[in-house]
Design a protein around this ligand. Structure first.
Ligand code: DAH
Length: 366
């Protein structure tokens, strides 16, 4: 009797102290399994006298129920704890930042080209393209630069070793001006185009890279004069830099493909040690920055393109896109444009959703 009581007290104490469900299952087998100690006591009932059995049976069965219940209760406790643990570990922390989705960005040169297309589309220009591998005739001769013309030497041209099937010398175009010729030959006049694209020169330092970008502009129509040229460039630059106070200065210059030729300077002002475009360059603390080459298209170029220069006149310009991007978005090393460093692209690049539009602003999101 004392033995049974000790067994039961002992079992209940051990059950209460179990650390986990496995240990509890061990105890269940130890007491209630086929070889278990309480199961063994149950078996002794059969060999007892009826009187003895009547006295012992309730006690042994009581001990068995007590242990069975204690095990069930402890088991339920473990399950509750496990569930609570799971719930707390699976809790969503809504204060955590959202995981970063991989994203690309639009290169400033592409963005600026889109801005140019948007601005000039509004002025009735379409976008024209030409090959980057060009022939001598389109790149030079038709632009009034004969074989012996000294201006050719200024272009540091990359030539290909072989000529094409027609015997033309092939090269990487040194400027976007050959697109003037190709567009005029293909479309005739009147014409209003811009031609953005890559150009190549054998030149490399902080402000020159062997490949860079230009945008060519060409307007051919009847009775076009230098005033149209100035208005067009002024309107474009005001829209591009989003300032009304853009002031241009036209300086006489020389290009073989224009006559007269002008170099266009734009006024800047000093804002906290930074040159910001805008204002009269002659004012105190202001200055002029050379921005692009331009002029009235040379009669000879119009003839080369197969048109009558007495009927058709116009103007053209060529300007560096990379330089424009640097001026607008504040980058100071041209070489970084072409390094392919994603940190640079991340910093200076644009979201693909940042489509330049005249209504929302061509510099939105800068
Ligand atoms: N093609 C010239 C260059 O690369 C730029 C240029 C100047 C283009 C005057 C023009 C122009 O169309 O009229 O330096």
């Amino acid at each position: 009797m004392t033995d049974l009581l000790t067994l039961q007290t002992d079992a209940l104490a051990r059950i209460a102290e179990t650390a986990d469900a496995d240990a509890l299952e061990g105890l269940r087998i130890e007491y209630l399994g086929k070889q278990g100690s309480i199961s063994a006591l149950m078996k002794t009932l059969g060999k007892m006298s009826p009187e003895e059995r009547q006295e012992q049976a309730p006690k042994i069965q009581g001990a068995r129920s007590a242990v069975t219940e204690a095990i069930a209760a402890r088991k339920a406790q473990f399950e509750t704890e496990a569930l609570a643990q799971k719930l707390s570990s699976e809790t969503l922390d809504l204060t955590l930042p959202a995981p970063q989705a991989p994203k690309g960005s639009v290169h400033p040169v592409s963005q600026v080209m889109d801005e140019l297309a948007e601005i000039f589309a509004d002025l009735g220009f379409s976008v024209a393209t030409g090959p980057e591998i060009e022939d001598d005739w389109h790149n030079f001769t038709a632009l009034n630069m004969a074989e012996t013309h000294p201006a050719r030497a200024m272009h540091d041209t990359f030539y290909f070793p072989d000529r094409d099937a027609d015997g033309n010398r092939m090269l990487l175009r040194t400027h976007t001006s050959p697109v003037q010729i190709r567009s005029l030959v293909e479309q005739g006049a009147p014409i209003r185009i811009i031609a953005p694209g890559r150009v190549y020169r054998s030149d490399s330092d902080a402000t020159h890279t062997p490949m860079f970008h230009q945008v060519e502009g060409l307007v051919i129509d009847r009775d076009i004069n230098l005033g149209h040229l100035k208005w067009t460039l002024e309107t474009f630059l005001k829209a591009f830099f989003e300032r009304e106070d853009i002031v241009l200065r036209l300086r006489p210059s020389y290009f073989p493909f224009t006559e007269p030729s002008v170099e266009v300077d734009v006024g800047w002002q000093d804002v906290n040690g930074r040159k910001v475009l805008g204002g009269d360059g002659d004012a105190p603390g202001h200055g002029w920055m050379e921005l692009l080459g331009s002029g009235m298209v040379n009669r000879r170029v119009i003839e080369f393109a197969g048109l009558d220069p007495d009927e058709w006149q116009g103007f053209a310009w060529g300007l560096g896109v990379d330089r424009l991007a640097m001026l607008k978005y504040g980058m100071d090393d041209l070489r970084a444009f072409f390094d392919g460093d994603y940190r640079w692209a991340d910093h200076y690049g644009f979201s693909p959703f940042d489509q330049p539009t005249l209504s929302a602003g061509v510099g939105a999101g800068a």
